[in-house]
Design a protein around this ligand. Sequence first.
Ligand code: ZN
Ligand code: ZN
Length: 316
Amino acid sequence: VLLLEPERALVLTDPRYTTQVLEEADCAAKVVRGATLKSVPPLLEKRRLSRLGVEAGHLTVESYSFLESATRGKTSLRPLAGVVEWLRLVKSEEEIALIREAVKVTSRAFARALKKVREGIREQELAAELDFQMLRAGAERPAFETIVAFGPRAALPHARPTFNSLQSNELLLIDMGAQRQGYASDMTRVAHWGRPNGKTRALHGAVLEAQLAAVDAVRPGATAHSVDRAARSTLRKHGLDRQFLHSTGHGLGLEIHEAPRLGKKETATLEAGMVITIEPGVYLENSGGVRIEDTVVVTANGCEVLTPTPKELLVL
Ligand code: ZN
Ligand code: ZN
């Protein structure tokens, strides 16, 4: 539990973290026994805090009810949303350098794991290989559950890897990201086992065109929805916009999904130092799907695509 006051901060933890809290926290720390939250009400009373903001997106109903009843008449609670996240919108030079490292680890691991692809490999096996290679290349952990989808399963935007095995002439959709020194990265690439037919090439080509158009629209002062529109209108030209089922991208940093969201109705204005993903995708039920995703940083006069992995349809 972190208690923030205008002039000081205090982190409360339990005895398992006595040593770790001294190493990791740069503010005052107190080790308490029992449920950490139980030590909060007496502390509020001692410090005569009459108003307390709580993170609505993270506190459970149970914890909120406890705090509310234990502080009744002394401290009033106010649910807050996005206060901390808002401060994280624009990344510092140091943070961008760390994200760049996480991106490199992802691309290196992708290239290594791809060598293991062969007919009959299971989605689970390839996902495990990608995770292993990320850890080997310097990740603390994958930033999210790695997605590997073969053939028709590539039509599921958030497919979980299964025991399905790779057949000849199938698409492989891989969405992965390394978490390194606390910072996330995010990348999606599509490969084809065997020579792709014209229809698959055209689908991939359309998504790539949309992805490049969206990257082109990223600059300081651009609104989030204008970047989304660039991708969506390109897909409309190909008659594929209705199969584009999600927004064009999201911010990332300490968490894999942060503000801003790059959706149809998002009015946030991009600023230099924001780090976002650009990831249009088209999903054709029972047949397959293509998504191409890069991690991108907004710069003073445009943007820089951090992801070094080529985006062409990889033929294996
Ligand atoms: Zn992704
Ligand atoms: Zn993403």
